[in-house]
Design a protein around this ligand. Sequence first.
Ligand code: FUL
Length: 504
Amino acid sequence: MRILVFISILLCAISSHAQDRRNHTPVKPGATEADIIRMAANITPSKEQLRWQEMEMTAFFHFGVNTFTDREWGEGTENPKVFSPSALDTRQWVKACKDAGFKQVIITAKHHDGFCLWPTKYTDHSVKNSDWKGGKGDVVKEVSDACHQLGVGFGVYLSPWDRNNPHYGDSPKYDVIFINMLTELLTNYGRVDEVWFDGACGEGPNGKKQVYNWAEYYKCIHKLAPHALIAIMGPDIRWVGTESGYGRESEWSVLPLGAADQAKIADASQSDMNIAPSVDCQTQDLGSRSKIKDAKGLIWYPAETDVSIRPGWFYHSTQDAEVKTPEKLLDIYFSSVGYNSVLLLNIPPDRRGLLNKNDVNAIKGLRTLLDKMYALNFASNAKITSNGVNEKAILDQQMTTFWTTKGEKEKGSIEIVLPKPQTIDVLCLQENITVGQRIEKFRLEYKVEDNWHVAARGTTVGYKRLVRFPSVNAKEFRLVIEESRLNPTISELGLYKSPVEIGK
Ligand code: FUL
């Protein structure tokens, strides 16, 4: 009986603690800078944001009339009959991505041309008026079925900008059509994990500019697909700010909210958040101390790095020789996943409705390079000591266990003694983000004779930080956390040798 009482007290304590942890919070008037830092250190991702971050790599499929007209932005005037894949096989797309380590895919259900890859009731500009499968085909269904069968996450890109719809620009009328389309996508295709809205907004045929009713779009998603994250023009996932595949070295997932944003979200929970925070995604510093010190609120708003494997987003046969190499993709991996963001790599299906062999070979090659690197963590048999607690956790491959300092000490160091000297040029660090993102500055040192030298330096860590540096040969290493918001945590630490020479 006593044990039961004890367990229930413990459970209450844990759950009230869990409730304290939120992915956004207002900052009370009069809060000091120290108060704000403490609050920022305790902002954590929602369950869905955590799942998304842990996937690390997701894939984009840009496919539609542009594939057949050789364009990047269709005008919405194309004859639906141009859409004519000869051998469409979405299982091939999803399987190739899964084998290469991509955990979720997103299909362009409707791009700016307004052509819908599913037989929607709300426009004639869709697959139902093509000859593909006698007008009975549904690409969205085929992609979602393949995802659900293969255990891969499924997401939809739905362009709000629509160059075909006659009501585009007539805001309330178009909003109803857009929400009807969203409703079809979120009710007829099983679980949807991500909805990707891009911000392009052109003029409608009536010369008027559409004013999107984002709050109503989000409401529809929260009602019909509560697990789905809303990306880019949405409250859950932010654009990293480039389409190059290269994110920021100092990448904070905790961002400040201005007074206007904070007033709008007031006490909203993640599930009814109806605004996208206004952030200039192209600014270099989004979340350092100087950025958050006057914040009116704080939010977990992590970065997604989107890039295409080819120069264009859609397939063009003229670009078959310009598919990024596995080495280039690895460089992008280091500069996206390794910079605390999720990589969204676009791999556009060709006119047959298949991923081209050049693209498939490139992502296979990326997988081989990653497997080669991650196969051997030179720290895995090391002797670890530190001035903090729970050193063993950094090598147990579990994100929920972690090393930290004693009390709320902001600085700490971990010594890593390998069984014998090794040549190393990559440091991998992971924070336990279910506690918060905290580390602001660190360095890795190595010992030669009795002297410590610096091998690498870095700022933020977050979910994952990979640092490449000119290779060093040593047996003793030391990770020094120089600055942190409250006590730092390290869930995992890896010392690796890059399969591609640094700088090549
Ligand atoms: C952009 C679009 O204009 C491109 O065509 C592409 O879809 C990219 C992912 O987003 O805003």
